[in-house]
Design a binder for this molecule. Structure first.
Ligand code: GUN
Length: 284
């Protein structure tokens, strides 16, 4: 079997064309969607992610501001800037790129963002709303994965879904969304015993653990749908996911490539959330 490729680039392009049209409609009324992205420090991967987010905004006709601070900035400085952005009518979405340096209380920073502008969906109020089943902002990576599954016509009702990783950014909200779609969900993590016994039961397997090519063909049920959230750099400089793509694509029914699978969908759903925030504000 050679798996169907779940093409994130193609779906992202389709969705972004629609977002561009909606952004222009708002701009014509003087309400162009605006995103502020805060970056603290010099983490190389974070710099790339932030640049990609700002570029995606420009391409879709959104206003964006990149606000960069040195690694030793005082947290009060960042908190004061967030308070200004909360009150800025040209900004509809505020994102603080994670991870923050160790002298920051990340939760306190995320809680300082107005829940109405929290386009990452990381504020406790928005996490609670997602858990209660009426989300205001869905975290971008799991949201993008749900869109990819939907686009491919994959019905989750009654399916066994296994999520590898329990982060607040991916694993936990992913589990919540799969549960809401009526899958039976298992969340595995670094302390899970006999991981393969879980992964081999999965109709849908989501790998978000950050270990290069961790998921091998032997861990995958023939005919499973495999979603690879990992972005790992190999010693030769190439990117690879958390899944051994070449081997697993011979076993799975469908699989996301790295790059070109989940990655472009994450940024696309950031645009979706920012646009939605702007549309909500415009109709208030
Ligand atoms: N760091 C890694 N992924 C993300 C994300 O989705 N949002 C933010 N803010 N930081 C991240």
């Amino acid at each position: 079997m050679t798996a169907q490729i779940l093409d994130g680039n193609r779906l992202a392009q389709k969705l972004r064309a629609d977002f561009g049209r909606r952004a222009e409609a708002l701009a014509a009324r003087g309400k162009r969607p605006g995103l502020a992205v805060i970056l603290v420090g010099e983490d190389a991967a974070s710099q790339v992610y932030v640049r990609n987010k700002v570029n995606a905004c420009a391409q879709a006709g959104f206003h964006s501001e990149k606000i960069a601070y040195p690694p030793d900035v005082a947290p009060q400085v960042v908190l004061a800037r967030i308070a200004e952005l909360n009150a800025d009518p040209t900004i509809h979405g505020i994102l603080v790129q994670l991870p923050l340096p160790r002298h920051f209380d990340s939760d306190a920073v995320l809680e300082a963002i107005s829940p109405a502008k929290d386009v990452d969906g990381f504020h406790a109020e928005n996490v609670g709303a997602l858990m209660q089943g009426h989300p205001r902002f869905i975290p971008c990576t799991p949201y993008g994965i749900m869109k990819l599954l939907d686009e491919a016509g994959i019905d989750l009702k009654g399916k066994e879904a296994v999520v590898l990783g329990r982060s607040n950014i991916v694993g936990k909200p992913m589990a919540m969304l799969l549960m809401q779609a009526s899958a039976t969900v298992t969340v595995c993590h670094s302390q899970t015993r006999d991981l393969a016994s879980h992964t081999r039961r999965a109709d849908v397997l989501v790998a978000a653990l950050g270990k290069a090519r961790f998921v091998t063909a032997e861990m995958v049920r023939p005919g499973a749908v495999v979603i690879d959230v990992g972005i790992n750099r190999l010693p030769d400089g190439k990117l690879c996911g958390d899944v051994d793509y070449a081997a697993v694509s011979e076993v799975a029914a469908a699989i996301t490539p790295v790059p070109g699978g989940v990655g472009p969908m994450t940024i696309t759903m950031l645009l979706a959330n920012t646009l939605e925030a702007a549309e909500r504000e415009a109709t208030r």
